[in-house]
Every structure is written in structure tokens, then in C-alpha cells.
Design a protein around this ligand. Sequence first.
Ligand SMILES: N[C@@H](CCC(=O)N[C@@H](CS)C(=O)NCC(=O)O)C(=O)O
Length: 226
Amino acid sequence: MKQLILGNLNYSSWSIRPLLVARHVGLPVEEVIVPLDFPDTSAKLKEISPTAKVPLLIWDAQTVWESLAITEWIAEWAGPGQVWPEDAAARAVARAAASEMHAGFPALRSLCPMDIRSRHAAPEMSDGLKADIARIDGLWCDLRERFGAGGPFLFGQWSAADAFYTPVVTRFRTYGLPLSGPAQAYADAVLSDPKFRVLEEQAKAEPWWIKYGPDGRSSGSLKPAG
Ligand SMILES: N[C@@H](CCC(=O)N[C@@H](CS)C(=O)NCC(=O)O)C(=O)O
């Protein structure tokens, strides 16, 4: 059995990172979506995942959890230069940028939950949110300038670093957050990538919704999930 277990593509930012990587390299894996935030979600995930979280890669007898670890697993499966930049120095920086995303930007993540298909008013600009936005903008500009000569992405050609920042790019669009010219050009490249476009259409077609209100999260389905 070869499965990539995912949350709703519209909302599950951790899921779409390794999913984009898997699709970019043509990993032969069945994509299985477990809709998040329903009463039985946790129980379903507990049956298959040590953390009861998505994403999860099941590859025959092996189970890999954590988006970054799954990405590394796919990179080994695909071979050098397919997932991370070929050049060792660029590869080290790409991994640092992806790790920074995996561990950081708490204000952006909590105040601007990913919601690819929707548009929301920007939240109040707290100091934390301003700092996250400034760091992300600066990082994208720096990487584009130093490593971006070969294409429109952070390291020129598309890499896992772009997969890790794709949900961030969508948050800037969803909440109308400000970006400098070069950072916006990068965001536009991510949003025009054909593989992102396919994912965006899938996110739009999903029947499930999650709302974030002052009393926490609520969820539901617009039509019976088929
Ligand atoms: N550090 C984990 C985070 C995974 C995570 O938090 N996933 C969320 C969805 S995006 C989840 O599975 N939540 C379980 C639930 O809502 O029941 C990773 O990088 O994979």
C-alpha cells in the first residue's frame, strides 16, 4: 500500500507541502484526504498515525510522519536535484529556509490560517505579524537575488523550498498582506505554477468548510462528501 494521507487541501497547509513535492516528482502514491475538524477525524487519524496528524506517508511497511521528513523521504526516492537544488550550497540554504518555515512564523500562522479559495480582511497588524511579514519578504528577496537566476522560484527552478512557502504565499493573497515588488513577483510565480493551479481547483471543489471565530474553530460540509 502506497498512500499519502492528507487533510483538506484548502486548509491543511502541512499537507499540501509534501503533496506538491510528490506531484512535482511523480511519486506513484494514492492521495487520501481525511477531512479535518470533524468529530471522527482524530479517531480516524489515531488508527494510522503515531501523531494523529496529517500529512502521513504510508509506503508498504514504512510509515513516515512530519511534512519535512516526508519531503526528505521523497527527495531520496526521486534522486539528486529533483526536490532540492543540485548545488550543495544552494541546497543547504534551501533546507534552512524550509526548516525556518516549518518551525517559525507563529503570528502569521495563527492570525492568518490558510484558506486558499477565500479572501478575508487582514487582521490587525500586531508587532509579531509585522515581524513575520518583514522576515518572509526579506528572505524571498534575498534568495531570489542570490540563487534565483535560473527561473522564477526561490532557487531558480522549483524546489521543496517553494513547496514549503506555497501556503505562505496563499496567506498573503487570502488576507491581502503587503509585499515588496520582488517578493510579489515571486508570489505570482508560485500562484501561476500549473501544479499549484490544479491544487487550487481541487481546494475550490472541496465540500468541507472550517471557520475560525472568537470561540474557536467550527467545521461542516456543504454537501455530503463523496
Ligand atoms: N509538524 C507537523 C504538523 C502537522 C499538523 O499539525 N497537521 C494538522 C493539519 S494541518 C493536523 O493533522 N491536525 C489534526 C487534527 O486537526 O485533528 C508536520 O509538519 O507535518
